[in-house]
Design a protein around this ligand. Structure first.
Ligand SMILES: [Fe+2]
Ligand SMILES: [Fe+2]
Length: 319
């Protein structure tokens, strides 16, 4: 059974003490009392992160048999395995907030849960793999890197390991990126095309401009959110736009420019309606990927059954 947070009345004094502890930089361990809203929001965040890792393995998985050469196939296989491993670590952390892994997976395969917008899009060519590894993993690294200092200690701990591997994924992607960017005109064109198709989903990745609301303020005070969506998007642009320019490729947004006076990138606001639609599992590949996840889930039912029988027998032997 997962550890659950002991129920306690939300006494204003206890709540104030909790907020003060977190504000002072203390971290909360699994099983400690947390306000119900904190538990709900932290669980929502970690559950979606876990879903995104295992759904995010699918677009690149499709390219394992088609990756050029044995070394690329092996590297891509290892990367996809890392992502699934991240998912497993994160479901374990989510369980400490009171939901079982079975319940979370069942909700995901039934299409009732959310996963990150970028994993609802197709990976059409080999260049898409480079874009995913450099820019999608690069975008994820901004969010996850910031959350290493979040207030929920089990999440902060697994993020340290995850980020270590994510950094490696970006390096892996840069190697593919360089090979294509310095390759034939057809390879450069393929890379440019992939970059153009992925630009909007990547801009969407960080979410809409933050509204200043008491809710956002509370999430920031509780350190479930560490930086605003726009701060993370700007951090991403500062790191990754120079890579596009260095290799002489075009930034897909003609209005994107560095505003020296504001110390930020100005860009064309993407269509936020598309993000909302995709987030509700209405993206171009949502149904297909969910169907694949459902098929695997059904195919592997015998493993879960064997494991639970083994566990029941082991428990019986102990009792
Ligand atoms: Fe990951
Ligand atoms: Fe990754």
């Amino acid at each position: 059974m997962p550890e659950t947070t002991p129920a306690a009345p939300e006494d204003p004094e206890v709540l104030a003490e909790f907020t003060a502890r977190v504000r002072a930089g203390e971290q909360i361990e699994a099983g400690e009392w947390v306000p119900e809203e904190y538990r709900f929001e932290a669980l929502r965040l970690i559950n979606m992160h876990a879903n995104s890792e295992i759904m995010g393995a699918l677009p690149e998985r499709e390219w394992i048999p088609r990756a050029p050469g044995l070394a690329r196939k092996m590297a891509l296989t290892a990367k996809v395995q890392d992502e699934v491993g991240h998912g497993m670590l994160l479901y374990r952390v989510a369980e400490t907030l009171g939901r079982s892994r079975d319940e979370m997976i069942a909700e995901l395969v039934a299409g009732r849960a959310r996963f990150h917008n970028v994993f609802h899009y197709p990976a059409e060519t080999w260049a898409d793999v480079a874009i995913i590894q450099v820019f999608v993993d690069g975008a994820a690294m901004q969010t996850q890197g910031a959350l290493r200092s979040c207030s929920y200690a089990p999440y902060a701990r697994v993020l340290k390991r995850i980020c270590y591997e994510e950094d490696f994924h970006i390096q892996l992607g840069l190697d593919v990126w360089r090979a294509l960017a310095e390759g034939t005109p057809a390879q450069r064109a393929m890379l440019q095309d992939a970059l153009c198709r992925w630009w909007t989903p990547i801009m969407h990745f960080f979410g809409m401009l933050d509204r200043v609301s008491p809710h956002t303020e509370k999430m920031l005070a509780w350190r479930i959110k560490v930086k605003s969506n726009e701060e993370l998007r700007q951090q991403f642009l500062r790191k990754f736009v120079p890579i596009i320019l260095e290799y002489g490729l075009d930034v897909p947004d003609p209005n994107l420019r560095w505003a020296e006076d504001e110390q930020r990138y100005v860009y064309t606001e993407p269509d936020w309606e598309e993000l909302k639609r995709v987030g509700r599992n209405g993206g171009p590949k949502s149904a297909e990927r969910l169907a694949l996840r459902q098929r695997f889930h059904a195919q592997h039912a015998w493993v879960r059954e064997a494991m639970s029988r083994w566990r029941a027998r082991a428990d019986g032997a102990v009792a």
